[in-house]
Structures are given as C-alpha cells and as structure tokens.
Design a protein around this ligand. Structure first.
Ligand SMILES: C[S@@+](CC[C@H](N)C(=O)[O-])C[C@H]1O[C@@H](n2cnc3c(N)ncnc32)[C@H](O)[C@@H]1O
Length: 224
C-alpha cells in the first residue's frame, strides 16, 4: 500500500467513532479512560466482550459481530491502515457491536481491566519461529499471564493458525503449564468436528494460505 493511501486511512481512522488509538503514555502512565469501562462507555450495554488480537483487516471481528449481535467485539492491531478496512465496513454497514483498538498486544492489560473480557481470538499470528523472537510469540507464557489478568475466570482463548510450529508450540506450552485444552484440530477443513465459527469465517491471511492448500489449525483453551 502506498504511503499516500496509508495517510488517508490514518486520517480517516481519526474520524471513526469505532476506532480508539491511545498513546503508550495514556495506557501506561495514566489510567486509560476506557479500562474496565468498554461496555459502559463504548457499547452502552452489558454484553460479553470478545477481543481479536492481531486482527489485521478485522474480518473475524466484523463477521463475528454480525453473527453474534448480543456480544461486543474489539479488533486489536498495531497497524491502523489494516484495521481501517474493518472499521470502515462496520460504519458502512451500521454494525454497532464492533470497535477497533490500535495498540501493542504487549500493553493489553493496560487497555482492559481485570476480568473485563469473556473471550479472546488470536488469528494467524506471526509464528516468530526464531528462538530470539520467542518473546514476541503471542501465546508464550508472558502473554498468557496478561490474557489471564483481563479474562473472566471462565474466559476462553481461541487460536487459529496455519503454522504447524505455532500450533505445536502452543499445545506443548498449554499441556506443560497445566492449562485446559478444550478442543484442538490440526486441519479444520478436513478433520470433522470444527466449530462452525472456525470454518465459516476466513481472514485475509487465511485465504492466501488456503490457496496454497495449507492446513489450518485451531485450539480452544482456558488459562489456569
Ligand atoms: C500475520 S498478520 C494476521 C492478520 C489477520 N489476523 C489475518 O489473519 O489476516 C499478524 C497481525 O498481527 C499484528 N501484530 C503482530 N504483532 C503485534 C503486536 N505485538 N501488537 C499488535 N499487533 C501485532 C500485525 O500488525 C498483523 O496485522
């Protein structure tokens, strides 16, 4: 995408009522005004709150929001020019129960209060295969600790990925850490039993992997 186009999207994001872009300082140094209050201030209801981490263009957030009007969804990514697509679609189609937050996932526990979140989706995260990149892997134990803080006690995490490495790494870590794997599937379109919401929505990255005939994997788990 050209830089002119990106700038246009950044400017448009500023005007969207469903886009939130706190600075690092606002999140870390002061109490972020939406922390613990997303439902009250943004969605104005008390419905379950679902996050999509590394949402890219936001396909999952938008499609789940349409499917489940009685839940609230927030797509989170550091790249505003990407989630501009989802935010714009939500505005054009008047979908009230989806919003987008521009931040680093590392700061997630500054953006949400304790036990504020019911469910998390992690869709096609960069697998960060090199050992030196372990700390950036979105299911490493440090990230799981942050997710646990913001999740309700019964809260669940969904991981959908094309990366066998990420799938295996996460399963190993979950078993080793005494977490609860509720469901795992190493080829969701071939192996029976995948939940409908796993096979009925494809993200931008996913459609590219499907064209290459890559198996798509899925894990649903609880953090102990
Ligand atoms: C491989 S893309 C997948 C995007 C989308 N989920 C999809 O399936 O099309 C990974 C996304 O995660 C975002 N991302 C990676 N690390 C991040 C971090 N630490 N904080 C916030 N976003 C991050 C990237 O900007 C990118 O949009």
């Amino acid at each position: 995408m050209g830089s002119k186009n990106k700038l246009k999207r950044f400017r448009e994001n500023e005007t969207f009522s469903n886009v939130f872009q706190p600075t690092r300082e606002e999140l870390v140094d002061s109490q972020f005004n939406l922390k613990g209050l997303w439902n009250e201030i943004v969605f104005k209801n008390n419905n379950p709150l679902v996050l999509e981490l590394g949402c890219g263009k936001g396909e999952y957030s938008v499609e789940l929001a349409k499917k489940y009007p009685e839940k609230n969804f927030i797509g989170i990514d550091i790249k505003g020019a990407r989630f501009w697509r989802g935010a714009k679609t939500a505005i054009e189609e008047s979908i009230p129960n989806v919003a987008f937050l521009r931040t680093q996932i590392e700061l997630i526990d500054h953006a949400f209060g304790k036990a504020e979140v019911d469910e998390i989706w992690i869709t096609f995260p960069d697998p960060q295969i090199k050992y030196k990149r372990t700390k950036h892997r979105m299911t490493n134990s440090e990230f799981l600790k942050r997710y646990k803080t913001i999740l309700k006690s019964e809260g669940v995490v969904n991981l959908k990925t094309d990366s066998e490495f990420m799938h295996g790494y996460t399963l190993g870590l979950l078993h080793g850490g005494g977490h609860e794997v509720l469901y795992a599937n190493h080829n969701v379109y071939k192996q029976e039993g995948s939940p409908e919401e796993v096979t009925s929505i494809q993200t931008y990255y996913e459609s590219q992997y499907l064209e290459q005939n890559k198996p798509i994997t899925y894990i649903r788990f609880k953090i102990k």
